[in-house]
Design a protein around this ligand. Structure first.
Ligand code: JBQ
Length: 222
């Protein structure tokens, strides 16, 4: 998979070199390109935004700069993801869909967002455009939201995760199961014992106990 991100803060994406995704890049499973939006600005001040037509607070990112940046990245294979609090909520099924894509471009808006004609333009050229939000809270921009999506998506690419068993187990969670509590050594820590059933070796009973615990947790976290 090829992933490109366009941002005025390329430094936000430094963590992509770490851990699982860093290794996936070394193995050639994923290729990431980070692009500085300001390098596409044409004036002496490197302007990327202006005041909104119709008035109101904040600034809107200029369509001309975004057009220059995206024209160099978009192909018929591309899914363009525009991060915006008004977008469709990102979830695990959406991550699974995007993990099958050939090329993802993340457009990270700051301030009050990107001039809507950018979305309109690429849709009119028959590109696949997705407005996505990671959740209902206020972020400064789409950079961190993109990082969240990239991690959730890339770990579903075959070969990226070291242990495919944990993927298979997770897919049950997508079907409404939440996770059960986990324990490791020692069997007693600060006077707290690991539930005896987990030391019993009875795998049928352990599975039942875990399912019940997971349900309990799901109820509590509603
Ligand atoms: C969203 F995607 C974005 C972009 C900018 C701000 C945001 N705030 C909340 N959730 O994911 C978001």
């Amino acid at each position: 998979m090829k992933i490109d991100a366009v941002t005025i803060f390329p430094e936000y994406f430094a963590p992509l070199q770490l851990s699982l995704l860093g290794k996936a890049q070394e193995q050639g499973l994923v290729e990431v390109g980070i692009h500085d939006l300001r390098s596409f600005s044409t004036d002496n001040h490197n302007t990327v935004d202006d005041t909104p037509y119709g008035g109101g607070a904040g600034m809107v990112m200029l369509p001309e700069i975004w057009g220059k940046a995206l024209d160099q990245l978009m192909t018929p294979e591309t899914d363009l993801i525009i991060l915006t609090p008004a977008g469709k909520r990102f979830d695990q099924p959406m991550a699974a869909k995007f993990s099958q894509a050939k090329h993802l471009v993340f457009a990270c808006g700051r301030y009050e967002g990107i001039d809507d004609r950018v979305r309109q333009h690429y849709e009119s050229k028959n590109h696949r455009v997705h407005e996505v939000s990671i959740g209902d809270y206020v972020l400064g921009g789409g950079e961190v939201a993109s990082l969240v999506m990239i991690e959730a998506i890339t770990r579903l690419i075959p070969g990226v995760l070291g242990n495919p068993e944990s993927l298979a187990e997770e897919s049950h969670n997508e079907e409404g199961y939440l996770e059960y509590p986990n324990f490791t050594k020692p069997s007693i820590w600060r006077d707290i014992e690991v539930p005896a059933i987990l030391l019993s070796g009875n795998h049928g009973e352990i599975a039942k106990w875990r399912a019940a615990q997971a349900q309990e947790r799901a109820k509590k976290n509603l």
